[in-house]
Design a protein around this ligand. Sequence first.
Ligand code: BDR
Ligand code: CA
Length: 313
Amino acid sequence: MSVRKIIIDTDPGQDDAVAILLALGSPDEVEVLGITCVAGNVPLDLTTRNARMVCELAERRDIKVYAGCDRPLNRGLVTAEHVHGKTGLDGPNLPEPTMQVEDMHAVDFIIETLRKESEGTVTLVPIGPLTNIATAFRRAPEIVRNVREVVLMGGAYFEVGNITPASEFNIHVDPHAADTVFSSGVPIVVMPLDVTHKALVTRARNDAFRALGNRVGQAVAEMTDFFERYDREKYGSEGAPLHDPCTVAYLLRPALFSGRHVNVEIETQSELTMGMTVTDWWGVTDRTPNALFIGDLDADGFFDLLTERLARL
Ligand code: BDR
Ligand code: CA
């Protein structure tokens, strides 16, 4: 398998942090060209701080971290401190980062990188609101053809919503950006709540992280210890859902996942259902499929892979 070039677009977030660590623990399969930060779970200054803390945790100060859009395209920013804590990365006691944020804006980095690379070679991995990606696509539409695939966390069909009754957080925060990406014609793989709610850190899985005996395993166990309380209280679930790492795991082991190639449209009009991912799972329209919408995963296989890769850091 050739090494896949990726850009991780993120709003860390404990589950974003684990996604970044999974990618950094898999250098034979993915090359992280850069990490672009966006406002989402917490404001941009904190997501940019947290991304650098995660790189330093993995001893990868060489990774380039860019700050991007500090608010959604057309709406006010909605954040999720109620899930992720005040810093967005509550749980482990990590040192403040000392590595620098790059001078270039994240959107310029995305555009420049895609212009430089050849057609269909760069995979975008957005695990926060889609503001940076949509801004890049709007500003330089010709870059879309150089994207190999967008593998994103966002949306829901059977699980419907987590931030409103009808919508998932990442899509709800910037529905207009999501609409731009979903209607761009780029190949898309979606990790919705339908699958990520099956990627649960049970007690045994958390113990396995801690038992790795490295700093990363300890920090990930502490992140999920913190992050799980929200979903336990809300859904009565067994532990924290690792939403965002599903994207990177898909790049490493697509066979762990299954889904359907269907049409997904984004609600941008109704305030009541703003950001809903209207997914034609049952094929009841003749709308053209635009995304592989994942519905299931082999959870044990996913956690085995994740634990093995965290052990390498
Ligand atoms: C998504 O929202 C954020 O809170 C998580 O990091 C994840 O990307 C789940 O709805
Ligand atoms: Ca996220």
